[in-house]
Ligand binder design. Structure first.
Ligand code: PLP
Length: 386
């Protein structure tokens, strides 16, 4: 079955008693046992809960993995995965990383003796140099956020396997609709389902999907032991969002491509970072390993003084910190999402004070371009008058 059909049908044939097409929200935390030694398969909702289970089965199927785990947030999903590691373990991580993941590694995991090195994960020589006997895993974001750097998942996962390392991919930006890392050799996929999977800026959630029996059991143990699980209401809301993922991703991609091309030709814009553009350094790998492009890109303005008046003059596009929803949001990474990354590292990777990140929604592209056009014109006037 094609992924569009799997998405639309999430949970729709799982309720045999009433035939409910929208799978019900089972709010119960406790489940009655018929008698000693017997169980319905559910006993306590942290361990397993019916609405969450339907979501977890769908997540595993969509990513072509063996088991899925729904967590309270994307960060909870990452923390659950990081709990695989302990004192002395070392991780190799994509350089231009989600700020919250960097913070979790540097401020919290470091206290448990887990260290991380940050590198362009597409550079096999650089990775090899960082690999020590303590290295346990490589964590990849592709594309990265906000600079949209691309890593060849298949090539890196094959290298990791040869060294006995786990490959973990944060697939938030592309979703299984466009990219399935487990099919390319990764062991674990993590999502902030708060973003495209939920899709409506109204639910916080995280997902983990694993390949292999042993790893699935390990993550299952950690998921239940740590307890950062997703509640039934939010599980339902996430599944409701996911049913339209295919339509939304196609529209996000369409709009982002149109607007990236518009900005690329704009005199106030220095560079546009979007892998769908042929001049993007990751374009070729991205076209090979993914069936489409995300709705996010970043662009660098020629002058940092444009930033403030652009943000102040936007009418349709919101100045806000998130991504992946139906509404368009413009983010200023240096002061918002990436504020926890030291300025020196931010500069090095290119997250500077001229960079804006655009999460393109599903509005009409013409309206979004018109809004940018007037905000850019206002910014130009503002700078000229100053
Ligand atoms: C948002 C995000 C996270 C964190 O997810 P939350 O749901 O906000 O906890 C992790 N990775 C990426 C790439 C993200 O965009």
């Amino acid at each position: 079955m094609k992924i569009e059909s799997k998405l639309a049908q999430i949970g729709s044939q799982k309720e045999p008693v009433t035939g409910a097409v929208s799978f019900p929200i089972y709010q119960s935390t406790a489940f009655r046992h018929p008698k000693l030694g017997q169980s319905t398969g559910f006993d306590y909702a942290r361990t397993k809960s019916p609405t969450r289970s339907v979501l977890e089965e769908a997540a595993a199927e969509l990513e072509n993995g063996d088991a899925g785990f729904a967590c309270s947030t994307g960060m909870a999903a990452l923390q659950t995965v990081f709990a695989l590691f302990g004192q002395g373990d070392h991780l190799i991580v994509s350089l231009d990383l989600y700020g919250g993941t960097y913070r979790l590694l540097e401020k919290i995991m470091s206290r448990f003796g887990v260290s991380a090195s940050y590198v362009d994960t597409n550079d096999l020589d650089a990775i090899s140099e960082l690999c020590t006997p303590q290295t346990k895993a490589i964590l990849i974001e592709t594309p990265t956020n906000p600079l949209m750097m691309i890593t060849d998942i298949e090539r890196v996962a094959a290298w990791a396997k040869s060294k006995g390392l786990l490959t973990i991919v944060d697939n938030t930006l592309l979703t299984p609709f466009f990219q399935r890392p487990l099919e390319l050799g990764a062991d674990i996929v993590v999502h902030s389902a708060t973003k495209y999977l939920g899709g409506h800026n109204d639910v916080l959630a995280g997902l983990i999907v694993t390949k292999g029996k042993e790893l699935s059991e390990q993550i299952g143990f950690l998921h239940n032991s740590i307890g950062a699980v997703l509640g039934p209401q939010d599980s339902w809301l996430l599944m409701r969002g996911m049913k339209t993922l295919a339509l939304r991703m196609e529209r996000h991609q369409h709009n982002a491509t149109a607007i990236a091309n518009y900005l690329l030709a704009h005199p106030a814009v220095d560079e546009v970072y979007y892998p769908a553009l042929p001049h993007h350094p990751g374009h070729e790998i991205q076209s090979r390993q993914s069936s489409g492009n995300t709705g996010i890109f970043s662009f660098r303005l020629k002058d940092a003084r444009y930033v403030e008046p652009i943000l102040a003059n936007l009418k349709l596009i919101a100045f806000a910190e998130s991504l992946g929803g139906v509404e368009s949001l413009l983010t200023y990474p240096a002061v918002q999402t990436h504020a926890d990354i030291p300025e020196e590292i931010r500069r090095k990777i290119g997250v500077d004070d001229k960079l804006l990140r655009f999460s393109v929604g599903i509005e009409h592209a013409d309206d979004l371009i018109a809004d940018l056009e007037q905000a850019l014109a206002a910014a130009k006037r503002h700078v000229e008058e100053a």
